[in-house]
Design a protein around this ligand. Structure first.
Ligand code: GLN
Length: 454
C-alpha cells in the first residue's frame, strides 16, 4: 500500500486518481495485516485497488467526474466497493473517467483527461474511456486492480488501449446498487487488472446477489480462479463474419487471425458464424443509452445533490434548474440528454426508441442462435485501432468517437459477458486487445479461454 501511494503521488501527471484516500488505505492495510497474522485472510486481503469515481464511497467524494456532483459525499457505500472492502481490498482513491461514463477517451471528465502510460515519440495518447483512469492506473502499476463500469465498452476499450485485462460480466452478475446510473439496462461493473488470474479473483469478490438491485441475479458465484485450467480442448469458438468491417486495418486483421490460431492450437474448434444484425447495434445503442440517461439524469436538479448555480434576484425554481443543469453538465452529457428526450418524446417514441428496442431483441437473438448451435465463445477485436492521440477527436463529428464502440456495444445490448485480453502490439508498439464474448453466466469458461490467449 505504501509503495502504491508513493507511485500515485509520483504519477500525478497521468491524472488517473482524482481523489486520493491515503488515510483509509493505511487503516485498511493495517487491518489486512492483522487478518493475515491471525490466519484469516480473505481473497483480496491487503490488495491495493482504485475505485472508479462512478461508485458511491461512503464519506469520500463521488462525482462521476461531473461538475454537477461537486461536493457530493455519499452516506453509503456501493455494494461492489463494500464487497471488495469486506474481501480485504485496500482502497487507494477514486479514479478518473468520462463524465457520467459517457465517452471513449476520458476527455469529457470535469477533471480533465487521464493520460495513457503508453506513448509514442510524437504524441500523448488517450487511455480510452469511460474507465480511462482505471486503465491508466492499472497499466502504470499505481494499483493492482481497479473497478470499471461498462455500458457500451467502457471496461473493454480502455483495457485494450492500455494493454491490460478487463471483463464486463453478464448483466446482473454484479450489483448496480450505489453505482451512479448511466443506462440502467446496460450498465455493469467489472474488474480491470494486469492478468486474467487477477481478473478472476477480483470478479469473484465483486459478484453476487444483492436484494437492493432488482436486476441482480440470484445465482451462485463460481470459483473463477479455479476454472483457469488452460484446457479448452473441444470448445467451439465462433468467428463472426459481420465483425470483419470494411476498411479494417491489416494489423487488427492479423491480430484476430493470430488469436484464432492460438485457440486452434490449444485444441479449440474454430467455426465461422453469422450475427446478421451487428450493423444495427451502434445506432440502436446510441438511441437506447441516451434515452435511459436522459431519464436517470433528471434527478440532478440542484436540490438533491452537489452543485447549485448562483442565482440572480427574481430567479425562480425553473431558472434554478436551468442554470444549474446548464453549468453542471458538460457538452457531451447535454448532447445525450437532448438525444434521449427527443427519442422518448411523444411522436418519436415509436420511430426511434421502440424500434431500437426491437433491434436490440434481434441482436440478442443472433447471439442465442450461435450459442444454440454449440458455440461456446466468440472471438473479435476489442477496438478498430490502437489508442488515438489526446485532442485528436476534439473537432470531429461526435459520431467518429461513437464508432470506437462498434465491437463492444453488441455485448451490452445482449447482456452477455465480454472480456478484453491484451494480445499484441501495433506497428508503433502500442497495445491491441482481442475480445471474447461468452454465454450468459459463463464467466468462468470465458476467463479460462482468455487465459489461453494471454
Ligand atoms: N463509449 C460509450 C459511450 O460513450 C460507452 C460508455 C460506457 O460503456 N460507459 O456511451
Amino acid at each position: 500500500t505504501n509503495a502504491c501511494l508513493g507511485a500515485i503521488d509520483a504519477a500525478d501527471a497521468l491524472g488517473a486518481f482524482v481523489h486520493k484516500t491515503p488515510d483509509i488505505a493505511l487503516e485498511r492495510a493495517q487491518a489486512a495485516d492483522a487478518r493475515i497474522k491471525a490466519g484469516d485472510a480473505p481473497a483480496m486481503c491487503g490488495i491495493p485497488i482504485g475505485i472508479k469515481d462512478l461508485f458511491c464511497t461512503e464519506g469520500v467524494p463521488s462525482q462521476a467526474a461531473s461538475r454537477i456532483l461537486q461536493g457530493f459525499l455519499p452516506q453509503y457505500e456501493s455494494t461492489v466497493s463494500a464487497q471488495l472492502r469486506d474481501a480485504g481490498a485496500v482502497m487507494l482513491g477514486k479514479l478518473n473517467m468520462d463524465e457520467f461514463a459517457m465517452g471513449s477517451s476520458n476527455e469529457t471528465s470535469t477533471y480533465g483527461n487521464a493520460v495513457n502510460p503508453w506513448k509514442t515519440d510524437e504524441r500523448s495518447l488517450t487511455p480510452g474511456g469511460s474507465s480511462g483512469g482505471s486503465a491508466a492506473a492499472v497499466a502504470a502499476d499505481l494499483c493492482l486492480g481497479a473497478t470499471g463500469t461498462d455500458t457500451g465498452g467502457s471496461i473493454r476499450q480502455p483495457a485494450a488501449f492500455t494493454g491490460i485485462v478487463g471483463i464486463k460480466p453478464t448483466y446482473g452478475r454484479c450489483s448496480r446498487w450505489g453505482v451512479v446510473a448511466f443506462a440502467s439496462s446496460l450498465d455493469q461493473a467489472g474488474p480491470m487488472t494486469r492478468t486474467v488470474r487477477d481478473a478472476a479473483i477480483m470478479l469473484g469478490a465483486m459478484s453476487g446477489h444483492d436484494a437492493r438491485d432488482s436486476t441482480s441475479a440470484n445465482l451462485p458465484v463460481p470459483d473463477f480462479e479455479a476454472a483457469l485450467s488452460g484446457d479448452i480442448r473441444g470448445k467451439k469458438i465462433g468467428i463472426p463474419r459481420e465483425y470483419r468491417m470494411d476498411g479494417m486495418s491489416n494489423e487488427i486483421d492479423k491480430l484476430w487471425q493470430d488469436g484464432t490460431a492460438m485457440l486452434r492450437d490449444a485444441g479449440a474448434e474454430i467455426v465461422d458464424i453469422s450475427l446478421p444484425h451487428t450493423k444495427y447495434a451502434l445506432p440502436a445503442y446510441y438511441v437506447i443509452a441516451p434515452a435511459e440517461a436522459s431519464s436517470n439524469l433528471a434527478r440532478y436538479d440542484g436540490v438533491r445533490y452537489g452543485h447549485r448555480a448562483t442565482l440572480s434576484a427574481g430567479d425562480g425554481i425553473t431558472e434554478m434548474y436551468e442554470k444549474t443543469r446548464a453549468e453542471g453538465f458538460g457538452a457531451e452529457v447535454q448532447r445525450r440528454i437532448m438525444i434521449g428526450t427527443y427519442v422518448l418524446s411523444a411522436g418519436f417514441y415509436d420511430a426511434y426508441y421502440n424500434r431500437a428496442r426491437r433491434v436490440r431483441t434481434l441482436i440478442k437473438r443472433d447471439f442465442e442462435q450461435a450459442f444454440e448451435a454449440g458455440v461456446d465463445a466468440i472471438l473479435t477485436p476489442t477496438t478498430p485501432s490502437a489508442a488515438f492521440g489526446l485532442g485528436e477527436m476534439a473537432n470531429a463529428d461526435p459520431v467518429e468517437m461513437y464508432l470506437n464502440d462498434v465491437f463492444t456495444v453488441t455485448v451490452n445490448l445482449a447482456g452477455l459477458p465480454g472480456i478484453s485480453v491484451p494480445t499484441g502490439l501495433d506497428k508503433s508498439g502500442l497495445p491491441l486487445g482481442l475480445q471474447l464474448i461468452g454465454r450468459p453466466w459463463a464467466e468462468a469458461d470465458l476467463l479460462n479461454t482468455a487465459y489461453v490467449l494471454e
